[in-house]
Design a protein around this ligand. Structure first.
Ligand code: LMR
Length: 346
């Protein structure tokens, strides 16, 4: 009898403790995210996957420095580069649950929430950097950033940062014509469009997180990958790849996404300063990206480690033609509004 009473009391006590603060941690994290505006320092954990010296790494650090300066240290941006905190597989979930407050993924990785983000993978959609920047400023981009799919998951997009055009590397042979891709296996970032792109060339693909790609190339899990000059250079893929084709067939650009409850709860006198810092960091990113990619291309040439093939206009046209099936397959998913809208931006 006494034993039963003791067990009842213990159960009651545990119940009380849980009600007073143990359970519902996700809700607590979501509702205030440690962002009470009570005079304590506000911390923005900013997770990303590239290195500190990459385009994104430099822009993220610039943002952190500007926030410290503009808020007089009231807000601290802790930048976690190189998948240190979360890799491709986890960072979006971490943002949704409020375990980090800001991420800057390559936009195609948002496919988990909304397939339209794969617009960026549509082959030869963007003419040049100016075209991409035009898109960042467009209503089409704003709609994506504030879409139901994002807001419904407690996140929102604040800005776009440029990286650059993708090139193809591999370990088997120089790629000049669509037929040269046949039978090779490539690492892809995410989503069905990139798989479809390689398939259209008779190649295979595997989605591999960025942080695991060097090892996958080194071990031959895949033969090749596609990326910007800057990512190839800063990840040192030239150490594990013998061939690079300069194709400029698609882009990698970034979205800056925040946890929305965290952002909404930021004190009125503080948020405009953080917004100002983000605007400046965005200008910085979008001015230096092309330059950094050009520098990286020079580094890659100088290293002499990869045989480089620059496609002629005719060869690029041949590749573009071979990739047309990707439009037939995915235009309805990404929506004609977005694809034609981007094409028509002048
Ligand atoms: C990749 O996965 O190759 C890129 O998205 C990495 C990055 O963030 O630039």
């Amino acid at each position: 009898m006494k034993k039963r009473l003791a067990i009842c009391l213990l159960v009651l006590l545990l119940g009380l403790l849980t009600a007073c603060g143990g359970g519902g941690s996700k809700e607590t994290a979501k509702s205030d995210n440690g962002n009470k505006g009570d005079g304590k320092q506000i911390v923005i954990k900013f997770s990303h996957v590239t290195s500190v010296e990459s385009v994104k790494g430099k822009a993220a650090q610039k943002f952190a420095d500007l926030v410290a300066e503009k808020t007089g240290g009231k807000v601290k941006v802790e930048v976690y580069p190189s998948s240190q905190l979360y890799g491709d597989k986890e960072e979006l979930d971490a943002l949704v649950s409020g375990n980090v407050q800001m991420i800057a993924p390559s936009v195609t990785k948002m496919v988990k929430l909304d397939p339209r983000w794969q617009y960026v993978d549509m082959p030869f959609l963007f003419r040049d950097e100016a075209h991409s920047l035009k898109f960042f400023e467009s209503d089409l981009a704003k709609k994506l950033m504030n879409s139901e799919q994002l807001v419904g998951n407690d996140i929102m997009g604040l800005a776009f940062w440029e990286n650059g055009f993708k090139q193809v590397t591999n370990n088997k042979r120089a790629l000049k014509t669509p037929a040269d891709f046949k039978g090779l296996k490539f690492r892809a970032q995410a989503g069905k469009v990139l798989d479809g792109q390689f398939k259209a060339l008779g190649a295979g693909s595997a989605t591999i997180p960025f942080g695991e790609s060097y090892a996958a190339l080194q071990q031959g899990t895949v033969d090749g990958q596609e990326n910007t000059f800057n990512n190839i250079d800063t990840q040192k893929y030239q150490e594990v790849q013998k061939y690079m084709t300069v194709s400029n067939h698609g882009r990698i650009d970034y979205g800056i996404f925040v946890n929305k409850p965290f952002w909404d709860n930021m004190p009125q006198d503080v948020r405009p300063k953080v917004e100002g810092a983000l605007k400046e960091a965005t200008d910085y990113a979008n001015h230096m990206a092309k330059e950094e990619n050009d520098k990286s291309y020079e580094n890659l040439k100088k290293s002499g480690k990869m045989q480089i093939t620059e496609l002629t206009d005719a060869e690029r046209a041949e590749l573009e033609k071979a990739l047309q099936p990707v439009y037939e397959q995915f235009k309805s998913v990404i929506t004609p509004e977005l694809i034609d809208g981007i094409k028509n931006l002048k």
